[in-house]
Design a protein around this ligand. Structure first.
Ligand SMILES: Nc1nc2c(ncn2[C@@H]2O[C@H](COP(=O)(O)OP(=O)(O)O)[C@@H](O)[C@H]2O)c(=O)[nH]1
Ligand SMILES: [Mg+2]
Length: 247
């Protein structure tokens, strides 16, 4: 049993109702056995009726549901919810439980040891089993991030991350809310790039990960993130130039 409490965010969008109910029960059971105090917060991004109805059946003093009528936003509403966490250590995880729950304590222990951010990584030593299309998209994206931002992180996108609230909330505020919802999954990369620029400590931990058949991934939608990616690149370029001018 750990010595510290934790807030767990579960982002949800149009998820099979029966799986939602059983997976939330699995998470709750795991937290009960491993943490002295915990809370779970479901972040629903304007899901369909069936998913919302399933959420209503999930009544527990340790669970709350935040229903947004603006979405799907991928990460915007999730990030905006971080300030509502009751505890200093917070994490989010995909509700399809693609990452083994036993990987959660190493993440939160890293925070306890002094890291400010701890992230699950599917590319540390191992390559996740994925279909060919996702494999190439994912590896191309990783290469682009490395070339453009010199990031040290190997896997920005894994939906299994933990933060100190006092560190992540200011970053979220600095990033602002993208009302166009174009940023999508790039939110994760932008947050980690900004965190590295600000000198925050990040522990990247290898996690086993299994691809789930239920996926909201859509390449046409994800391509909308490209202007956001270019925007951050230019912002950093000008910041570097200004710094040089001042020196
Ligand atoms: N709140 C919120 N959650 C989302 C959205 N899209 C996906 N999710 C959730 O994010 C997690 C990962 O999504 P998934 O479709 O499995 O992505 P994949 O594993 O990369 O194919 C799951 O828990 C989804 O229910 C969204 O727009 N808003
Ligand atoms: Mg998934």
């Amino acid at each position: 049993m750990k010595q510290y409490p934790i807030t767990v965010f579960l982002p949800v969008y149009n998820f099979t109702p029966s799986r939602l109910v059983s997976n939330v029960a699995v998470v709750e059971n795991y937290l009960k056995q491993n943490y002295p105090q915990y809370e779970m917060i479901i972040v629903d991004d304007n899901s369909n009726e069936a998913t919302r109805a399933a959420m209503k059946t999930l009544v527990s003093p340790t669970l709350s549901v935040l229903n947004y009528d603006f979405g799907p936003s991928r990460r915007e509403n999730l990030a905006a919810s971080f300030c509502k966490a009751k505890y200093e250590y917070l994490c989010y995880m995909d509700v399809d439980l693609a990452t083994d729950l036993n990987c959660l304590p190493p993440l939160t222990d890293s925070l306890e040891q002094g890291y400010e951010i701890a992230i699950g990584s599917r590319y540390k030593g191992i390559q996740p089993v994925r279909n060919r299309q996702r494999y190439w998209i994912s590896n191309t994206y990783r290469l682009v991030l490395k070339i453009l931002f010199s990031t040290k992180v190997l896997d920005h996108t894994c939906g299994f991350k933990a933060f100190r609230k006092s560190v992540v909330v200011p970053i979220v505020n600095e990033m602002g809310f993208d009302r166009t919802l174009r940023r999508g999954w790039f939110w994760d990369a932008e947050m980690l790039i900004r965190a590295q620029d600000a000198g925050h400590t990040i522990n990247e931990i290898a996690v086993p990960w299994k691809a789930d058949n239920e996926s909201t991934f859509n390449i046409k939608r994800e391509l909308k993130l490209l202007p956001c990616l270019a925007g951050l690149w230019f912002k950093r370029l000008f910041r570097k130039r200004n710094r040089k001018c001042c020196n």
